[in-house]
Structure formats: C-alpha cells, structure tokens
Design a protein around this ligand. Structure first.
Ligand code: TYM
Length: 325
C-alpha cells in the first residue's frame, strides 16, 4: 500500500511563483511515490469575504493551475473541499478537541485578523481546525506545504494526538514535507515579507499567469541589497531570494549557481533570471489554456466521489469512538 499525501491551496487571488515553488512543484514530484489528494479549499476561502461569482470561477481556475503544474488526475485525486461535507463535519468534532489557547497562538490568525480579534470572523479563528480535519480525514502520512503552514501542521498533530489519547487510536499523525529550498519565497519588494497573494504591491509577486513583459519588469524592479556579488548570504536576503528562484527553476546546486554568476553584475543576473522564469511560465500558461470548464468538471466530480469514500470511513470511525454513531 502506498503512503498517502494530502495538500491544498485556497482559491483566493492569483497563485504566485512562491505557491508553485513551495508547494505545487512538490505535489507533482511526490505523486508517483504516494497516493495523493489535492484539494481546492473553498471553505477556507470564505473565512474572508469573497465575491460569490469570483469564488466560483477561482475554484475552477485553481483546478486548471493544478493540472497545468503537472498534477495528473489519473494518479492523483483532485477535488473541491465543499464537495466532501465530511470536512465540515469533522471540523465541528475537532473544534471540541482544540483549545482556545492553541488557536490564539497561531501567527496566521494574528496576521489575517490584523491583530483585531474582536472584529475577526470566528471562521478565521478556527481556520486551522478545518485544516486539521482536511488532513486527518485521509489518514495522511505526508503534507507538502510551504514554511508558513508549519505551525498549522503542528497543531494538527497535537489535535490528533489528543483525540487518540482520549478516545482511542483513530487518526494517523501526519508529517510535514517542507522543501529545503523554496519553502519561503520572499516578496520581490521586501525580502523580510513572504511573497503573498494578498500583497497590496503588485510588484512583490510574480504571478503564474503574468505575461513575459510583466515578469521581466517585476524582476528588473526587484530590490537588491547593497553589495555586488551574486551569492547566497543570510545578511543579503534580497539577492538570496532571487537566487533561490533561479536555483529551483534551473535545478542547479547552490554552488553551480554561484559559479555561473561569478564576476557578473546584478543587471546581467536579473536578465537571466527573467528569461528563466519566462521560459518556465510559457509552457505552463499554454497548458492552463488547454483545459476548458467541462474537462475540469469531469475531473473534479469523480475526484470528490473518490475522496468522499475515504472521508466517510474516517468520520464513521470518529463517531463510533465518540459514541455518536
Ligand atoms: P495557500 O493557498 O495560502 O498556499 C498554498 C501553498 O503555497 C505555499 N506558499 C508558499 N510557499 C513558498 N513561498 C511562499 N511565499 C508561499 N506562499 C504560500 C503554502 O505554504 C501552501 O502550501 N492553509 C493552506 C491551504 C490548506 C492546506 C490544507 C494545506 C487548507 N487545508 C491541508 C495543506 C493541508 C493555505 O492557505 O495555503
């Protein structure tokens, strides 16, 4: 029996190259070795206000991105979270297991709630519980994510351990898979901040659907540190970030990257980085255009059915363990 993977992304805003390098690239790489479930987490999306028509469209568009990135529906299950109502049901159960104090410590809540808990939606607060339900329903072994989700995964394990201790062995404890390079791609405008879908400055992120001109302009405008060499250096996060993007896309080692740019200036480096990103995005964007809505729906519908079989099994065990079957 293959071990199992679960991961997902929110259909909010446009995906950027950080989402690809930190998560999707690894989803694709791991789908041979593992039985994979890749979810479009639309229930997470509504923790912040969304335009209904926009959310409906973004949900199908995100499936297109998964497919164009190389997630293969004949090997991996791609589905929409709300097609499997067990996610919401298990969330209720786990919200009776999770502690207020644990959720209050989640940094993403503090960021997204903008420090104003009084005005934040309750769903934004319990967001990590829904995420734990996603993962635990599939008896997941491994969760490939970027660095920003690490704290949520630790909470998921804590909730699972507590449930198992109090009600008997029910959930498998999942491990995170956080890649050694690319787990936290930074904003091109501020290397102290992660590249983010909700960044107000459009120059901070390279979107997966940006055209060649836009990509080139954004990279040309990217901030660099004082210094002249092209090198990985913790004290120079801006150039290190750009170099990491180059490293992953070219599949070179750190050493090869540094050697390649030895004696070259920032201008030369940026031109080559822009070409590399554009060359990566071109075939990706062609694939995005290949999938029409009907094709997408014909993949998502059986995906949801397959996911539901497994989710229903786990939820059945949970209800028996609790005495509410
Ligand atoms: P989301 O939609 O914010 O992001 C999707 C994935 O992209 C990663 N990521 C990054 N990686 C590197 N550098 C960045 N700058 C960067 N920004 C984002 C994220 O870590 C994530 O892996 N809560 C999740 C979705 C989710 C989920 C789950 C994930 C819901 N349930 C269960 C795994 C398992 C989120 O909002 O991802």
């Amino acid at each position: 029996m293959k071990k199992r993977i679960f991961s997902g992304a929110q259909p909010t805003g446009q995906l950027h190259i950080g989402n690809y390098l930190g998560a999707l690239k690894n989803w694709v790489a791991l789908q041979d070795e593992y039985e994979a479930f890749y979810c479009i987490v639309n229930l997470h999306a509504i923790t912040l206000p969304q335009d209904p028509a926009g959310l409906r469209k973004a949900t199908l568009d995100l499936a297109r991105i998964y497919l164009a990135a190389g997630v293969d529906p004949s090997r991996s299950t791609i589905f929409i979270q709300s097609d499997v109502p067990e996610h919401a049901e298990l969330t209720w159960v786990l919200s009776c297991i999770a502690r207020m104090g644990e959720l209050e410590r989640m940094t993403q809540f503090k960021d997204k709630g903008k420090g104003n808990a009084e005005r934040a939606g309750v769903g934004l607060f319990t967001y990590p519980v829904l995420m734990a339900a996603d993962i635990l329903l599939y008896q997941t072994d491994l969760v490939p994510v970027g660095q920003d989700q690490k704290q949520h995964l630790e909470l998921c394990r804590d909730i699972a351990e507590r449930f198992n201790r109090d009600y008997g062995e029910t959930f498998k404890l999942p491990d995170p898979y956080i890649p050694p390079v690319g787990a936290s791609i930074k904003s091109l405008q501020d290397p102290e901040k992660k590249m983010s879908k909700s960044d107000e400055n459009p120059n901070g992120s390279i979107l997966l659907l940006d055209d060649a001109d836009t990509v080139t302009k954004k990279i040309k405008r990217a901030v660099t540190d004082s210094g002249t060499t092209i090198d990985f250096d913790e004290t120079r996060p801006a150039i290190s970030n750009l170099l990491s993007i180059y490293q992953i896309l070219t599949e070179k080692t750190r050493h090869e990257c540094v050697e390649h740019f030895q004696g070259k200036g920032y201008g030369h480096f940026k031109t080559e980085l822009a070409e590399t990103v554009v060359e990566f995005l071109r075939p990706f964007q062609e694939r995005v255009r290949e999938f029409d809505d009907e094709t997408i729906k014909s993949i998502l519908q059986p995906g949801g059915e397959r996911a539901r079989e497994i989710a229903a099994d786990t939820l059945g065990d949970v209800y028996v363990a609790l005495g509410i079957e």
